[in-house]
Design a protein around this ligand. Structure first.
Ligand SMILES: *Cc1c(COP(=O)(O)O)cnc(C)c1O
Length: 403
């Protein structure tokens, strides 16, 4: 086999997505586009399963097993063995579950360590948990480049998002996990901007817990269920903070007393969102033929093209992402004082990215459905908007609820 030749046919993957005419979509890091097969799959499930089978669908159509079955398919993309990943709820809920279980594994310690680049919901969940645990617990937030030196034997849990949602800065999961373990701390990794964006091997990294969402790079659709991974060495021993009936060992025995389910099943909570799970399955079919090393290589190629083009054409913008592609995830961000208005002008001109306060313009680079033509069009549009100050109009400065 020629190692130079990518195994993944990106023209073929692009053809599997519905992309609106005249739109260049650089926001797949926030919400992936619609896989063409998903609409028919969901429609068929509704008529053939929900419509015809009614409640018997939980058994006959295998709905009840979907959180595990789909979890295994995600596992393949993140280096997790079969039976170590389960789907459900939203990422924020999964962060809480993982963190609560991890903190309990170190009862003599009081510090949860995270960084200032983490997504607010992850930090809020830690604050909410600490509110329950007691005021002797502390959420310690340090700058991303100070994490390694802050890993001391006070730390119960190191909770990090591998790829910074704002800047795309990439943490070294293997090294930081090793460091955490060397002082006896437990790790919780958020893979929100990793899963489907770059190769990751939770097993090789020795990660303890990992969580992530499926509506970003995995294209599962708005509100698609989150995933949680628990290292098989821990799963039988952890206590679920959210002791829902479907995480019980025998849910249909309807016992009054909670007994945790076997292994990863104990991280299930309640009734799984089957319609969303079916849409996600359609999205995951596309990943069956994809090599994540190819995705990474292609993402770097396209990101470099974008970065170089924007820096050449838009001197008012400052790169917010690491310049070295090895230190970035699959997005490129720029700072611009009028970033919100400039992004609205971009969207009005057919190039969709997004904006994160206070001044970050974010562009997701997703090789499954983007190519050089898209990148060049995005660069040309941004250059024109900045050159002609097309953003400088009241219509583009009024903030919508979702930015
Ligand atoms: C997108 C994202 C979330 C969102 O959480 P939801 O509960 O799915 O809304 C949380 N954490 C990180 C790091 C994210 O990137």
């Amino acid at each position: 086999m020629n190692p130079e030749l990518p195994l993944t046919d990106f023209a073929a993957t692009r053809a599997q997505f519905h992309l609106p005419d005249g739109v260049v979509y650089l926001d797949g890091n926030s919400l992936g586009p619609l896989p063409k097969s998903a609409s028919a799959r969901v429609a068929k499930m509704m008529t053939d399963e929900w419509g015809e089978l009614l409640i018997t669908g939980w058994n006959k159509a295998g709905w009840m097993d979907m959180p595990r079955h789909v979890g295994d398919r995600i596992g393949r993309l993140i280096g997790a063995p079969e039976g170590s990943v389960v789907m459900g709820d939203t990422l924020s809920v999964k962060v809480y579950q993982a963190l609560a279980a991890a903190v309990e594994m170190r009862p003599d310690r009081r510090v949860i360590l995270s960084d200032s680049g983490n997504f607010p919901s992850d930090l809020y969940m830690a604050q909410g948990l600490i509110g329950m645990l007691g005021s002797d617990y502390e959420l310690r937030i340090v700058a991303p480049d100070k994490v390694a030196e802050a890993i001391t034997d006070e730390v119960a849990v190191l909770m990090l998002t591998e790829v910074d949602y704002g800047t795309g800065r990439l943490h070294d999961m293997t090294t930081l996990t090793e460091l955490a373990h060397s002082v006896g701390a437990v790790t919780v990794w958020d893979l929100a901007h990793t899963a489907g964006a770059l190769p990751v091997d939770l097993t090789a990294a020795g990660a303890d817990f990992a969580v992530g969402c499926t509506y970003k790079y995995l294209n599962g659709g708005p509100g698609a269920p989150a995933f949680i991974y628990v290292a098989p060495r821990h799963a039988p021993h952890i206590r679920p903070a959210l002791a829902g009936w479907l995480g019980h060992d025998t849910p249909f025995a309807f016992e009054q007393r909670y007994r945790a389910g076997q292994g990863i099943d104990r991280m299930r909570v309640g009734t799984p969102p089957i319609l969303q799970m079916v849409a996600l399955e359609a999205a995951l079919d596309i990943w069956d033929d994809i090599d994540l090393d190819d995705v990474r290589a292609r993402s770097i190629e396209l990101s470099e093209r974008f970065l170089v083009g924007v820096e050449a054409g838009c001197p008012d913008l400052t790169l917010a992402s690491p310049r070295d592609p090895a230190e970035r995830g699959s997005q490129v961000s720029f700072r611009f004082e009028h970033g919100y208005a400039a992004m609205q002008a971009m969207i009005a001109n057919g190039v969709i990215g997004d904006f994160r306060a206070p001044d970050i313009m974010r562009f997701g680079i997703t090789p499954l459905y983007l190519d050089e033509t898209d990148i060049d069009q995005a660069v040309a549009t941004l250059t024109r908007i900045l050159e002609k100050r097309l953003w400088d109009t009241p219509a583009f400065k009024t903030r919508a609820a979702v930015t």
